[in-house]
Design a protein. Sequence first.
Lengths: 340, 258
Amino acid sequence: MQLTNDPETLAPADCSGVCIFAEQRHGKLASVSLELLGEGRRLADALGQPLHAVVLGGGVGPVAEEVRHYGADRVHVVDDAALEHFQAEPYAAALVAVVRQVKPAILLVGQSNVTRSFVPAVALALGAGLVGGCTQVALDDAKQNLVQTRPAFGGTVFASVLTETARPQIASVRPRMFEPAARLDAPAGEIVAHSLPDDAAPRTKFLDSVDELGDAVDLTEAEVIVSGGRGIGGPEAFAMIRELADALGGVVGASRAAVDAGWIAYSHQVGQTGKIVKPRVYVACGISGAIQHQVGMRSSDTIVAINRDPEAPIFKLATYGLVGDVKQIVPALTRRFLKG
Amino acid sequence: MNIVVLVKQVIDSNDGKFDPATGLLVRAGQPATINALDEYAVEEALRLKEKLGGTVTALTMGPAGAVEILKHAVAMGADEAVHLCDDALAGSDSQATAHALARAVLTMGEVDLVLCGAESFEGATASVGVAVAASLGLPCVTFVKKIEEIGDGKAIVQRAMEEGYDRIETPLPAVMSVIKEINEPRISSLKGKMRAKKYAPKTLGVADLPEAAPERLGAVGSKTRVVRTFPPTPRPSGVKIEGEPDEMAEKLFAALKG
Ligand SMILES: Cc1cc2nc3c(=O)[nH]c(=O)nc-3n(C[C@H](O)[C@H](O)[C@H](O)COP(=O)(O)OP(=O)(O)OC[C@H]3O[C@@H](n4cnc5c(N)ncnc54)[C@H](O)[C@@H]3O)c2cc1C
Ligand SMILES: Nc1ncnc2c1ncn2[C@@H]1O[C@H](COP(=O)(O)O)[C@@H](O)[C@H]1O
């Protein structure tokens, strides 16, 4: 083992502008990237400085082209076969190289398993600060520092954090916090091609991947989520949950109890040890609302809870509480929403 | 296989308190426990040891009280435990924490695998493991939900992603962060508890860390600083929707569409 040497830090005086990481998965731009382009533009305009976007991947020309429609002044692209399937080492090396050239004052990334797997290494290599899981970012009065606000303890307290001495200020932002950038008909912004640094060959090897969600969108980006818990009674009851989700144009979530029972794959779990979600509408069916579940869904815009126990903790969070049997209420809801 | 498991002490409560003057978490007087996912990391280490031999060492950086979670790891079956504890480390952010932990790992001789939890509850930055790996110059596989194969200097693991999982091969030594799907942690045996009771973890201070840069440790070495903490805006109180299922459906439809 060998320690990495002290990082060569960027001089704050040399840094300006806002850079966002435009994450793509399988050639599709993650929706959080559009949110970052929207927020990045607002920050860049407030600073009177440029907005940069970075696209990493293999064969991502079309994605970079698409990013040009969302208002970045410059779209930096590292297009390399080594980046085709996500691996932490080449991604980190590529982003570090781009940041060293662009020298942004602010770097925004969307919180995802991809960014959480490599951005901490980027921060380390740059000797920069990283604030994870932000729900809000804003410039301070002097427009010197980015006030990065994030929840802690499962959202029971919020903390505002500054990165005063190091640049870039790296903030990882949760999905669905910002208004996405609007798509412009005409592409703008120039593409800047970068090459992958020579020493970026990964030591890990990507073998293959297994998709457990099928065509459904990822929960963290979903507008509507219908979740089933132990109270739905068994694996077959997820058919009824899925029907309601379909009727609402949403996707299926679950409590840990349902996942642990083997009724549905872990990728659907919402909560402290699952996904943190913020849909427009969250429907909790037969879920008691344990604190570990609440942590994952309490910031949803509207919460609907269906539970036969009127004392269930979930009702404390619920915008609309329906006391009764899920087996009767869920199909009734499906029928009503299908009717439109 | 020699395995180091990173375990973190977290406050066993859902309302963290911060010192308004320093912006730092107040740990004193708060019930503390092992970070939930770290128990899964300990469990995985023990299973690997049972299969392949070797040693399991639990490592934590934290105040004096953090000894308790090391004892918990020992009660579960860890062979040794190391406590990195020094006033100079107070107020470390995740990068400064990683800087210190990586150097503590270096004092442990030949290490084949470093396991940690994917994220800690109170901070949930999910960044310490990745930064420890970067600091040690080791490959890192995050969100591991299954170790399919391990041995002969390499491992094949499943890494959870939003849509499912990727299968990744990594050479060893490596750092892996685990999620709860990986196993079900055991209940400590009576024998383990007895051993833990008498066990005194080895203590390390900053002076014991090789190549530790003071300017990168503790509050001084932290690039990020908490300047304000505040409670979330409370959710508006909800309404009950009553009646027969079809009536409820009608009312909810009207409420959501309206
Ligand atoms: C470290 C740790 C991490 C955890 N992480 C998570 C996490 O990420 N996500 C998570 O969800 N949990 C998590 N948990 C578990 C959590 O504490 C709860 O055990 C879990 O959320 C309970 O799931 P549930 O609500 O489906 O089941 P239960 O608590 O059993 O609730 C079932 C509910 O269904 C109702 N019900 C039963 N039958 C019907 C019916 N016919 N009609 C209507 N209602 C009915 C009951 O009244 C009850 O309220 C974690 C726990 C720990 C210790
Ligand atoms: N102070 C610490 N001591 C030991 N391990 C830690 C410490 N902080 C974080 N970790 C490890 O890093 C993981 C991720 O923590 P975090 O980056 O805080 O979300 C935890 O699950 C622990 O395994």
